[in-house]
Design a protein around this ligand. Sequence first.
Ligand code: PEP
Length: 253
Amino acid sequence: MRQPMVAGNWKMNGSRKANEGLLAEVREALSSPVEAEVVVCPPYVYLPQVAGLVDGSAVRLGAQDVSDQDSGAYTGEVSGEMLKDVGCRYVIVGHSERRGLYAEDDAFTARKFAAARRHGLKPILCVGELLEERESGVTEQVVARQLDAVMDLEGVESLKDAVVAYEPVWAIGTGKTATPGQAQAVHAFIRARVAERDAGVAEGLRILYGGSVKADNAQELFSQPDIDGGLIGGASLKAADFMAICRAAVPAD
Ligand code: PEP
């Protein structure tokens, strides 16, 4: 049985004060535990602060990105070793905002995935199609290409300690959520694609859905057989909404 996961991607939001308030509310809410593994991914500069704020709680720390390099003359970059050093367990790689706004392609994303693993971090690999790709019927080809880039470089076994997040780009921050049926179809495709290489890895792989998940649509999405939780942007910045989403994530029968 796969333990569900709900990860909050704060994107470029937060302040020391806001983070304190948010995590105090989350911790309070977690005095009534949830079945999902709960992860928060603040901006780099707040990782040490948030590591302290979640210490002793069930909340895990993740980063939003990682360098493909390990150390040296890479101004502005942050390595996997540094993320591990400040307490991260997870790191998002290949978010569509990195792919789209910063021209990070499949090969580069795969190298970041590899860098995360070299330092004992669990990557949350984001895949997903643009609106025009969905409309022209190539969603599966796009997702397969993104997934294969990682499996070709690191091997299917590397997904044992990773999480995949299906995030249709047209649904991120737009208020347009994929229907549970649309999301389930792609999640099943992802699991089948991995199963072509290793059925056991595919069965154990947690596949999160991301894209305008809210407290009122989470339950229906998460009840689909191949949806193991969510990667949450906007709604992760409000404790009540985030916790309602976390409570909606329960293991499939
Ligand atoms: C995201 O940033 O990964 C995301 C899914 O954002 P939102 O929930 O705001 O659509």
